[in-house]
Design a protein around this ligand. Structure first.
Ligand code: GLN
Length: 457
């Protein structure tokens, strides 16, 4: 472990890139004053929240953990931030992530890796490792994250906290720095299912500023969580165990053991356990890496130092627009961002579209149909969230493929746009680290997730 990044902050977690102490205290004092005056307040008024640094905030920096946006201040708030402010939740600051949300460990942050509070030699997952570490370490009771390919749920899983990927389109993405637009989704990090449900109720709802925003009513999430937690709260619930994920490559023994115990606990709470198969699941990672990279290459094209992004001038030679763009991109993006931009640009180039992006979209349809078919038999699906517990910093950073394989259970959810939650499922006996259990519900049935997950909690 590099002692330099342990010295960041008092805890050595490096969960926050920016702490908004004054602003948070001012909001909290305002809530106190209103309470003293007997004003009616939102149930979460005064409850602090941390925000992943790829969600734009007025009056605080937003960097997406990239040199490209260092020093930039957003002139506007994301819709979810406006909602959080409206509920009068103090914003504690901005949390660390892998640059532009690309990664599974925060090791791709331009501002140092975050650490897992369970073991500072290990990573807190990614890309939303900062939000998850802050919540798990009791630095913040709630946090916001973004989930394009598991970036809320996998960090929740490896830090023993709760993370939710809402139905695609059910929480506004306006003001979330785009990674892969057909997959990006904002959602809650929390310590309990009920806390996540309460926050989800704040975040949800139609937003005319987001073209993919659904017009569905929000909730009832907290009430469903309470119902699920009650005695026999899962009676009649049909829970499908995804066979393909039970035998996933690299599934750790302790994860498998805790998962089987969770199934027993679900049975005890009244659920019926059924085996289901998602035959096209094995193609998800391949399809994701093509679709995601293609969309990344398009979304990040604007950071060229001319339209957007911290401008870097060429070291020598003429200062032409092209050379400024090249120097800006060379200095502003890390190797992981470059890898994906290049892959995506290739996949979208003339003559290759049908072969790569088009083919991946067809696979995506097959994965969606697998889910639809499974939900014809069961109410929710369940699997381990991640095949392993938290890995050590440095263990996978030089092996992108090993890093990508960690996302086998989380990524299919983004392809299908269905809601999913990760909840703590105990500690792996071999290393004492948290194991996460993932529930998945049909599109627009987010409430059902909260019932099932609270039944396990
Ligand atoms: N591990 C995923 C990736 O690297 C996480 C993406 C995300 O959800 N932001 O693409």
């Amino acid at each position: 472990v590099d002692p330099a990044d342990r010295s960041r902050g008092k805890t050595g977690l490096n969960a926050f890139l920016h702490v908004a102490e004054e602003e948070a205290l001012a909001t909290a004092r305002g809530v106190d004053a209103s309470r003293a005056a007997g004003d009616e307040l939102h149930p979460l008024a005064g409850v602090p929240i941390a925000v992943k640094d790829n969600i734009v905030t007025r009056g605080m920096p937003t960097t997406a953990a990239s040199r490209m946006l260092e020093g930039w201040l957003s002139p506007y708030d994301a819709t979810v931030i406006a909602k959080v402010r409206e509920a009068r939740m103090p914003i504690l600051g901005k949390t660390n992530l892998d640059e532009f949300a690309m990664g599974s460990s925060t090791e791709h942050s331009a501002f140092g890796v975050s650490r897992n509070p369970w073991d500072l030699d290990r990573i807190p997952g990614g890309s939303g490792g900062g939000s998850a570490a802050a919540v798990a370490a009791f630095q913040a009771p709630l946090a916001l994250g973004s989930d394009t390919g598991g970036s809320i749920r996998q960090p929740a899983s490896v830090t023993g906290s709760v993370g939710v990927h809402p139905t695609y389109g059910s929480v506004s993405r306006y003001g979330a720095i785009a990674m892969a637009s057909s997959l990006d989704q904002i959602g809650p990090h929390a310590r309990t299912v009920r806390d996540a449900a309460l926050l989800h109720e704040v975040l949800g709802g139609h937003d005319p500023r987001d073209a993919t925003s659904l017009k569905d009513p929000v909730g009832p999430y907290a009430a469903e969580a309470a119902a699920g937690a009650a005695e026999g709260g899962l009676r009649g619930l049909r829970v499908g165990v995804v066979q393909e994920l039970l035998h996933a490559e690299g599934l750790q023994d302790g994860v498998s053991q805790r998962f089987r115990e969770s199934l027993e606990a679900l049975r005890a709470a009244g659920a019926e356990i059924v085996e289901v198969s998602l035959p096209h699941l094995k193609y998800s990672l391949g399809a994701y890496y093509l679709i995601m990279s293609s969309e990344v290459s398009s979304n990040l094209a604007k950071y060229d130092g001319v339209r957007f992004g911290a401008r870097t001038l060429p070291e020598d030679g003429p200062v032409t627009i092209e050379r400024v763009m090249a120097a800006t991109r060379a200095a502003g993006f890390n190797p992981e961002a470059k890898r994906r931009i290049i892959l995506g640009t290739y996949a979208l180039s003339a003559g290759y579209y049908d072969q790569y992006y088009g083919a991946a979209q067809k696979v995506r349809t097959l994965v969606m149909r697998d889910f639809e078919q499974a939900f014809g038999q069961v109410d929710v699906l369940v699997s381990p969230t991640s095949p392993t517990t938290a890995f050590r910093a440095g263990e996978k950073v030089d092996d992108p493929l090993a890093m990508y394989l960690n996302d086998i259970a989380t990524i299919p959810i983004n392809l299908a746009g269905v809601p999913a939650i990760s909840v703590p499922g105990g500690l792996a006996p071999e290393n004492g680290l948290p194991v996460g259990i993932q529930f998945v519900a049909p599109v627009r049935e987010d409430a059902r997730l909260y019932r099932a997950a609270a039944g396990l909690e």
